[in-house]
Design a protein around this ligand. Sequence first.
Ligand SMILES: NC(=O)c1ccc[n+]([C@@H]2O[C@H](COP(=O)([O-])OP(=O)(O)OC[C@H]3O[C@@H](n4cnc5c(N)ncnc54)[C@H](O)[C@@H]3O)[C@@H](O)[C@H]2O)c1
Length: 343
Amino acid sequence: MRILVTGGSGFVGSHTVALLLDKGFDVTVVDNYSNSLVEAEGAIERVASARPEFCRLDIRETDELQRIMARVEPEVIIHFAGMKHVGESTQLPQEYYDCNVGGMLSLLTAARETDTRKIVFSSSGSVYGETNQLPIPEKRPHAPTNPYSTTKSVCERILSDLCTADESWSAVALRYFNPAGAHPSGLLGEWCVGPPSNLLPRVIEAAACEDPEDRKMVIHGDDFDTPDGTGVRDYVHVQDVADAHVRAIEVLNQPGLPSGGFEALNIGRGQGVSVRELIVAVEQASGRELSIEVGPRRPGDVSALYGDTSLARDRLGLVDYRGLDQICQDAWRFKSMHPNGYT
Ligand SMILES: NC(=O)c1ccc[n+]([C@@H]2O[C@H](COP(=O)([O-])OP(=O)(O)OC[C@H]3O[C@@H](n4cnc5c(N)ncnc54)[C@H](O)[C@@H]3O)[C@@H](O)[C@H]2O)c1
C-alpha cells in the first residue's frame, strides 16, 4: 500500500515511517525541514533497511504537492506536518494558524484533486483543555486554551465536516498526549531546531551536561492542583504512537467508521506522571542527579492531562504500552549516542 507521510522527518513521523517500511508499505515523505534535520533520512534508512522517497516541500505549496500526489497516488495520507509548541503559539498565533490550518486545507485540496480520501491526522490531547474529568474520554467537548491546541481542534472539525459531507472520505484523528522516548536502537530520536520545549527532552538535555554544576532543571509551576503540585501529563513511548498509526490505517480500511467516517482516539498510556516523577525517572535512567529550581507557570499550561485510552485500545488492538522507565532509558540512549542530535 502506498502512503504519503507529511512531516515524516520529524520526531513521531520518522519513527512511524521506519515502522511502515518495516511492515512493507511504500512510503513517500513530504517535509520542509523547518523542525527536522535531513540526517533523519539516513537514520530512518539504517533502522528500516529501506529508504522511502523524500520530497522537500512545504505542504502549503498546493500545486507542487498535488503534482507529487498525482505521481505517487497514495491510498492513505498520514499528516504529521505542523508547528507544535504551545508556548510559541501564544507568541506567533498567525504563523500557527497559517501552518497548521492552512497546511491542512492545502493538503485536503491536493488530496481531493488526486482522489486520496483516507487520512490519519496528528491531533493532540491538548484539545480538551483544563478539566477535572480525568482520565479524559474522547467524547469530552474541546476546550483548547492556546492557539496551538485550537489549530488541532479546528483541523479535526474540518476533517469531521468533510467526512459528514462526503462519505467517500474517512479520517482518524489520533489525539496524542505526550509522545516521548526514542527508537530502542538509539538511531532515531527526538531532535528539534533550537532548545527543546517538551519536558522529557529538556530533562534529558539537563542530565547530559558534562559538568554536574550545569545539571539544572527549572520546573514551571509547583502550585498546580496535583498531588505534588507539579503538572501531570501522560507520557507514551514514540514507538507505541508509531504503532498506533499503522493500526489506524487498518481502521480506515474497515467499512463504516462509527461516526460518519471520522473517528478520534486518545493515544496515551492513560496514566498521569508528574514533572517531579519524570525527573526522578530520568535521574535513574542516566545515573545523574539534577538540581531543581521552581519558576512561574507558562501561559496556556494546564494542571493535569491524561486520557481514557480504552476506546483506542479497543479500536486499534493496542494492549501493552511501553512503560515510563523504558521511555526514559531509550531517550537517554539516543542522547548518549547523538549528543548533538543526528550529527
Ligand atoms: N510531540 C508531541 O508532544 C506532540 C503531541 C501531540 C501532537 N503532536 C503533533 O504531532 C505532529 C508531529 O509531532 P512531532 O513531535 O513529530 O513534531 P516535529 O516538529 O518533530 O515534526 C513535524 C515535522 O513537520 C515538518 N513541517 C512543519 N511544518 C511543515 C510544513 N508546512 N510543510 C512541510 N513540513 C512541515 C517539520 O519540519 C517536522 O519535520 C505535529 O503535528 C504535532 O503538533 C505532537
